[in-house]
Design a protein around this ligand. Structure first.
Ligand code: A2P
Length: 257
């Protein structure tokens, strides 16, 4: 059996000159956990050119959605950013990843901390009704350089709030905290610093981040992951895995060099 299955592009949205999202058909047999990633790509010179992409749709949805950066000379993203409705995309058969609920111990609050395209796996997770049954609050934190880069995350949060079924689960539980670093905005600063100094929990009316009650999932650049892990370790957090659940899990956001 081939490692990749062709699927058809159903929708493409360009959010900024650096960011786009797209929806493709989903094979009936393709199963995944919310928060996981899969290899996707395009055939180039007769061979699959693929990268790991977080699935941004939830596993109850009929289509698969992805959120991507565009890198002008990136081997895959320079091609992928040109796709149109009706084109075909290769999708791997084995989704995987660390940002799954079973790797976390029970807690009161779930912080989803992201920068850039790192918001993608959390878009899947905040569409999962069961996450609202597990936690009192689910807090989506998204840090970007500029305000227009927040649009994909913000629209998803708005769509959840106005969804007849999901809206009821998320009401009063889903808290959204966007922040930017390179222009004036209602929240300004790096997510790591604003969690460390308590600005984010204070703004949301929550207690400071503590391992006893607060679970954390992190997806961002290597530098952001390193800073977040240092902060969590200084507060006695232990990393979780499927075989040994803990207080936090991390995954690198997709960036093509
Ligand atoms: P900054 O503007 O201060 O670099 P990028 O697009 O480069 O991935 O960045 C996305 C966001 O992540 C930007 O707001 C950027 O802030 C921020 N960022 C970069 N490095 C870190 C880090 N080590 N910790 C937290 N946020 C970071």
């Amino acid at each position: 059996m081939a490692a990749f299955e062709p699927q058809t592009v159903l929708d493409v949205r360009h959010w900024t000159d650096r960011l786009f999202s797209f929806k493709i058909t989903r094979d009936r047999g393709f199963r995944f956990e919310n928060g996981q990633f899969v290899m996707i790509g395009l055939p180039v010179d007769g061979r699959p050119l693929v990268r790991a992409y977080s699935i941004a749709s939830a596993n109850h949805e009929d289509e698969l959605e992805f959120f991507s950066i565009k890198v002008p000379n990136g081997p895959l993203t320079s091609r992928l950013s040109q796709i149109n409705v009706g084109d075909q995309i290769l999708v791997g058969r084995k989704p995987t990843g660390t940002l799954v609920q079973d790797s976390l111990l029970p807690g009161k609050r779930l912080y989803l901390v992201s920068t850039g395209t790192g918001v993608a796996p959390f878009v899947s997770i905040i569409k999962d009704p069961t996450v609202y049954e597990r936690y009192e609050h689910v807090i989506l934190i998204h840090g970007c350089r500029f305000i227009d880069e927040l649009a994909y995350g913000r629209e998803t949060v708005e769509a959840i709030a106005s969804d007849e079924i999901l809206g009821e689960y998320a009401e009063g539980k889903l808290l959204y905290y966007p922040t930017v670093t390179r222009e004036p905005f209602v929240h300004q600063g790096r997510v790591t610093e604003m969690l460390a100094d308590g600005r984010i929990p204070t703004d949301l009316g929550l207690p400071p981040l503590a391992f006893e009650d607060d679970r954390v999932m992190i997806c961002g650049s290597e530098a952001m992951l390193a800073d977040m892990v240092a902060l969590l370790k200084s507060r006695d957090y232990i990393e979780g895995s499927h075989s040994s659940p803990g207080h936090y899990v991390i995954e690198k956001a997709f960036v093509e060099k």
